[in-house]
Design a protein around this ligand. Structure first.
Ligand code: COA
Length: 214
């Protein structure tokens, strides 16, 4: 199941959140060798993992198998604080309706494609659903260049914010993506997911009965 975790319900997910920080360390430091974020406690938790961040976690058999993080751009965030040079052409977008999306990961043994309702699609559609529910009209990303054609195929409108640059031996670019119900629908189609909400909102207030999208 795909769970939405915020400051409001994180007390219900203490074990899962800890497991998620440990997996992030295994993946980003162990596998991807991003030594700059290595931590002695084996938990990849940075200055942006605070009460303002929102998590979309995939949990199966009581274990985290994937996840991602969303964060308001009105708060300090990765692009604004650490990589603003990637947004040198258009500047770092900030606004109440703009979030930053980072740290998409899947356990190594669960990877292998986005079709057939696979985990990456579930997590991404969960994040898009959150954006639409909360009136978030766009998100920023710092992405490796190889993502761009995939996102285009999903029907995303991506605006680069600056020129690509090498980070950790890969070409990265900062971009902004517009969110609307049509792109959620095209993403669902690409990922082989049905047109219905996927997010579990345990311990969070009920949403208005009539959403602006399916
Ligand atoms: N460079 C180029 N292409 C890459 C790539 C990389 N570093 N990583 C993945 N891809 C592309 C490849 O086309 C790959 O196809 P292949 O099987 O022919 O190699 C395809 O994506 C599928 O990648 P896969 O690793 O099977 O993962 P997935 O699509 O199921 O999930 C991620 C994608 C990013 C969630 C997963 O790779 C992951 O968790 N990676 C570690 C965390 C990470 O780096 N996240 C992104 C930055 S925050």
């Amino acid at each position: 199941m795909i769970h939405l975790i915020t400051a409001e319900n994180c007390h219900l997910y203490k074990r899962e959140m800890l497991e998620h920080f440990r997996i992030r360390h295994d993946i980003y430091v162990g596998e991807r060798k991003w030594k700059a974020i290595e931590r002695a406690d084996g938990l990849e938790r940075d200055q942006f993992d605070d009460d303002d961040s929102i998590y979309v976690l995939a949990v199966e058999d009581e274990h985290v198998v994937g996840g991602s993080r969303l964060r308001p751009t009105l708060k300090p965030h990765l692009l604004g604080e650490v990589f603003p040079h990637l947004a040198q052409v258009h500047g770092v977008p900030r606004g109440a309706d703009i979030y930053e999306w980072t740290r998409l990961f899947i356990l190594k043994e669960r990877r292998g494609g986005w079709g057939n309702a696979a985990l990456p699609g579930q997590i991404v559609c969960g994040g898009l659903e959150y954006c639409l529910d909360e009136g978030i009209n766009a998100f920023t990303l710092i992405l490796e260049m190889w993502w761009v054609p995939r996102f285009h195929e999903m029907g995303w409108r991506i605006t680069p914010l600056g020129l690509p640059a090498i980070v950790e031996n890969e070409w990265w670019v900062a971009a902004m993506v517009t969110v609307n119900p049509q792109m959620l629908e095209s993403t669902r189609r690409y990922c082989g997911l049905p047109s219905r909400p996927i997010l579990t909102r345990r311990g969070l207030p009920e949403l208005p009965v009539k959403r602006k999208y399916a």
